[in-house]
Design a binder for this molecule. Structure first.
Ligand code: XMP
Length: 513
């Protein structure tokens, strides 16, 4: 296995991701938790030093553990990792002087070839992504230069005899197109075969859950979404009935959703599951509420109350399981330092663990969405479930702009089911990040048969996206839209007009509220 020593870069997790794409098992450990004894126990086959925001001249500058250079294994230093490596091995690092570099740069090769760079420089220079204030001004003894950029004369340096490699740029980001190739070369040089799989991750995660939890009880808020479902199945596999899931049904779910979730987890997986049907409570509290933020906050508050009530009934739980993913981890840290504007109050159970005195179990914390799906497949969850579009915590409440009524929710559920059925029938479901219907707060006049109608209007939304942060509207054909509108109006009483939302994000958001 490979050890990544984290010096605090914002993109350290991406290094792990690149390595996992190469089927190499790696772990990230913060520099200040790694000492000589740890190194001996971990016995890494190779080490990577991440980048980081520090300067080697800071008083308590983060340093690699003693003995790491004597392990006799390949080491790759990235950005701050390069600087700290040079600093430790007898080189020199300088700050400022207008040599800070942020963004795209082009690296030119030196005459001597380096196996780490196999596949590089086929077209002359190579684009890389730089992000550094300090820079190396003198390389350490034994090192030679293998690539330079206009502002980084030591863009790529190495001591090939000892297998120490150090680069100034970030090979893990997409803006370094050949970065993945560099990692591939590095792990090959270190002797990895690339035979680590999601199956191995599952084993390792189960071992860690058992170790963390012991014989304590765990509760898990199951939403029916992919993340909490995969987390629940994994934890259940690790500790069996020590886990109890609480499924809070706020009455704002899609057609048949509650039954599907309960059937799958209770009957198929045989998990202890509390189905908290609290729709009266939620819909009662939302009566007459039309402001989006008030809706979100009301639902968030009640959700926590209800969850807490049922969790307390289970009794004696010491852990709360959450399907936190790596993107949730990065998004929750403010790197800007300043307050950012709240566009929407996201629904989560953030404050709950402290309030209830619970510790967290977050077995998906290091995974990206597509890796969670792969793990779900590994655990035998059906593809129809794993591939489902994201569904927001506040549910249909935010797809019903204005006041929510049971009548509107009922119409919306049926219309949404027809729309999704259309998308599936046309084989488009997996091309789309998220598709849903929203019922608009207006009635319009129509004519059906020989009669006048005065019914609700429906908006259809479908977007493509990689992470939900930005999105494009999906370009359905006119035929598809026409057929879908006709089906919805024919099949769903209460709708007499259908719109398609062609707004991207930004300026729109994905949900309507
Ligand atoms: P927006 O509407 O902000 O949505 O463009 C981006 C993504 O986040 C989902 N979403 C939520 N997910 N709790 C969630 O768990 C929420 O409160 C929430 N609000 C929006 C939305 O469905 C989309 O995938």
């Amino acid at each position: 296995r490979l050890l990544i020593i984290d010096f605090g870069s914002q993109v350290t997790q991406l290094i792990a991701r690149r390595l996992r794409e190469l089927n190499v098992y790696c772990e990230i450990h913060p520099y200040n938790r790694v000492d000589e004894a740890f190194l001996r126990a971990f016995a890494p086959k190779a080490v990577i030093f991440s980048g980081g925001p520090a300067s080697v001249y800071w008083q308590d500058a983060p340093m690699p553990p003693k003995g790491v250079f004597e392990l006799g294994v390949p080491i790759l230093g990235i950005c701050y990792g390069q600087q700290v490596m040079m600093h430790c091995l007898g080189g020199h690092v300088e700050g400022g002087h207008g040599t800070a570099e942020f963004g795209r740069a082009f690296v030119t090769p030196a005459a001597e070839r380096l196996p780490l760079l196999e596949g590089w420089f086929e077209g002359g220079t190579e684009q890389v992504w730089m992000s550094h204030g300090d820079h190396v001004s003198k390389i350490a003894p034994g090192f030679r230069v293998y690539g330079t950029s206009p502002n980084a004369p030591f863009a790529i340096t190495a001591d090939p005899e000892r297998h120490f490699y150090a680069v100034q740029f970030h090979p893990e980001v997409h803006h370094t197109p050949k970065g993945a190739k560099l990692y591939e070369n590095f792990v090959r040089l270190a002797g990895f075969k690339g035979d680590w799989t999601m199956g191995a991750y599952r084993e390792e995660a189960i071992r860690k859950i058992r170790e963390q939890v012991g014989d304590a009880k765990v509760i898990c808020g199951l939403s029916g979404g992919v993340d909490s479902s995969v987390a629940a199945v994994l934890i259940h596999e690790a500790i069996g009935d020590q886990l109890t899931c609480v499924f809070v049904d706020h009455g704002l779910l899609r057609l048949g959703e509650a039954e599907q979730v309960v059937t799958m987890f209770r009957d198929h997986y045989n998990m202890p599951l509390i189905h908290a049907d609290e729709s009266d409570l939620f819909l009662g509290a939302l009566e007459g509420v039309s402001d989006p933020e008030v809706k979100r906050k009301t639902i968030g508050r009640l959700f926590i109350d209800v969850f807490q009530k049922h969790a307390t009934e289970v009794g004696g739980a010491q852990f709360l399981a959450q399907g936190t993913l790596y993107p949730d981890v990065i998004e929750s840290v403010s790197f800007s330092g300043g307050p950012s504007v709240t566009i929407k109050s996201h629904h989560n159970v953030g404050g709950l663990p402290e309030k209830m005195g619970l510790k967290l179990v977050e077995p998906l914390r290091e995974l990206f969405k597509d890796e969670v799906r792969a793990l779900g497949r590994e655990l035998g969850l059906p593809q129809s479930f794993i591939g489902r579009h994201p569904f927001p915590g506040p549910g249909l409440a935010i797809r019903c702009p204005g006041e929510i009524t049971r009548e509107k929710l009922d119409i919306l559920r049926r219309a949404d089911a027809v729309y999704i059925d259309q998308i599936r029938r046309h084989g488009l479901y997996d091309e789309i990040w998220q598709a849903f219907a929203a019922i608009l707060p207006m009635r319009t006049v129509g004519v059906m048969g020989d009669g006048r109608t005065y019914d609700y209007a429906l908006a259809l939304r479908a977007v493509t996206s990689v992470d939900g942060m930005t999105a494009d509207y999906y370009p359905f054909t006119h035929d598809f839209l026409g057929e879908t509108a006709t089906r919805i109006i024919n099949e769903v009483k209460g709708i007499n007009r259908v719109f398609y939302d062609c707004t991207s994000k930004p300026p729109g958001t994905i949900e309507l509220e």
